[in-house]
Design a protein around this ligand. Structure first.
Ligand code: FES
Ligand code: FE
Length: 441
């Protein structure tokens, strides 16, 4: 008998707490059908970084699942989100990926909208509508926007909880990546983008704290001395998650590593001022910090040396696993640097970033080859009956002495964060149907 997605997802509710996850979730068109509405129609999804649109009228075209969203700074400097769809017959009113404008004019019949989304121009309004069309009713469909530490989030759900509640304390960890010195961060230019036959969920899982793969998948880096690491990282550090929210971070430690490794003096001093003492205590000794904000935004901070054996330069990479369908993503990949860091450091961090991440980055090639491979298996017919084990670390007790929010277990290499990730995903997938675009006019 073929089970409907809802039926086997209900069965999954019993299996996840005991560490079993159906293989098929990683590549199944019926799962993707539900995800569009229940995950991407309801969550706060990252659209970009404020530094990408610094001036009034600056805009960029981004997506929440299959919905194109214009993210624009309006006339008074506020960031707005609008569906990229003319209200007359639906043509895209914005055709460029990035730019600056005072208005968006539809190329079909010429309806024109200002940057706040209001319909300000209708050709022949008097002659053909006899002025009976109420322009105030037909502005662009708004997408809710909230920001945290420079990150721009959008939600299609008018009744979504406030972003602060959605993040649920994960801000404490995001500060390390997005505002380490208190002066904010900026991205080094537009994101690298490329398309991969991999499912967004295996990428999100990996970045929620898969320290287990590092010495195997990325062994070249350890062997050649490009990054300071050893297999002791398996026995050190923390995996932390926010229960019920899906967010997770792995904090890998390498014994003997210098505090603040890979950062210039100025950024080290900035961190001591910009972060609270508990944050400094946790992050100063981190070799790699790797995190996923549920559902599909991930961050990594780690040192990389272009000269084997040297301490190298720490960079921060941010990646969006934008789903194009079941088993297919477009990766958006940015390098993030503190605004007040020395120019020489920013340049060196960007060099390290480009060697490891992006379509030509060696880390991404290692990882994406494996994620393509997982996705291919998950889409096969026999895999529909199978489950994956998530046993690693489930018997570990949370460490009450860890100062940050959420549940922390040590060591870092475990699958505890992933069980929380899949439980959260499941709760969204099984929640009652609600209007996906709540504020449609
Ligand atoms: Fe845009 Fe007609 S579709 S003006
Ligand atoms: Fe990796």
């Amino acid at each position: 008998m073929t089970l409907s997605p809802e039926m086997w997802l209900h069965r999954m509710r019993e299996e996840v707490p005991r560490g079993r996850v159906p293989v098929r979730i990683f590549n199944d068109p019926s799962v993707w059908q539900l995800e569009q509405e229940r995950i991407f129609g309801r969550c706060w999804v990252v659209l970009g970084h404020e530094s990408e649109i610094p001036g009034r009228g600056d805009y960029m075209l981004r997506y929440i699942a299959d919905n194109a969203v214009i993210v624009v700074r309006d006339e008074v400097g506020s960031i707005r989100g609008h569906l990229n769809m003319c209200r007359h017959r639906g043509a895209q009113v914005c055709r460029a990926e990035l730019g600056n404008t005072s208005h968006f004019r539809c190329s079909y019949h010429g309806w024109t909208y200002d940057t706040s989304g209001e319909l300000i121009g209708v050709p022949y309004h008097k002659e053909v509508y006899n002025e009976r069309l109420d322009r105030s009713e037909w502005g662009l469909v708004p997408v809710r926007i909230e920001t945290y530490s420079g990150l721009i989030f959008g939600s299609l759900d008018a009744s979504a909880e406030p972003l602060a509640d959605f993040l649920g304390g994960f801000q404490w960890y995001l500060d390390y990546f997005l505002n380490p010195t208190g002066a904010g961060t900026e991205v080094c230019g537009p994101p690298d983008k490329w398309i991969v036959d991999a499912d967004w969920k295996i990428c999100a899982e990996n970045f929620a704290g898969d320290g287990y793969h590092l010495p195997v998948t990325h062994q070249f880096g350890v062997k050649f001395g490009y990054f300071p690491s050893n297999n002791r990282t398996h026995f050190e550090g923390y995996a932390v998650h926010i229960p019920g929210k899906g967010h997770g971070i792995g904090l890998g430690k390498t014994p003997g590593l210098q505090p603040f490794s890979g950062l210039p003096e100025e950024v080290q001093e900035g961190m001591k001022r910009g972060l609270d003492p508990d944050q400094v205590e946790v992050f100063k000794d981190v070799r790699s910090a790797i995190a996923t904000i549920f559902p599909n935004l991930s961050l990594v901070s780690q040192p990389f040396s272009r000269t084997p054996g040297k301490p190298g330069t720490r960079f921060c990479g941010m990646r969006l696993w934008h789903p194009l369908g079941a088993g297919k993503i477009q990766v958006y990949c940015w390098c993030v640097v503190p605004k007040d860091a020395p120019a020489a450091y920013k340049e060196e961090a960007y060099r390290s970033f480009t060697l490891l991440l992006g379509p030509g980055g060696v880390f991404d090639q290692d990882d994406l080859d494996n994620w393509r491979s997982v996705t291919r298996s998950a889409g096969s017919s026999a895999a529909r009956q199978l489950t994956f084990p998530y046993d690693m670390g489930q018997d570990r007790e949370p460490d009450p002495s860890f100062p940050g929010p959420g549940v922390a277990v040590s060591p870092y290499v475990s699958e505890v964060n992933f069980v929380n990730l899949w439980s959260t995903w499941l709760e969204y997938m099984l929640a009652d149907e609600r209007a996906a675009v709540g504020d449609v006019r």
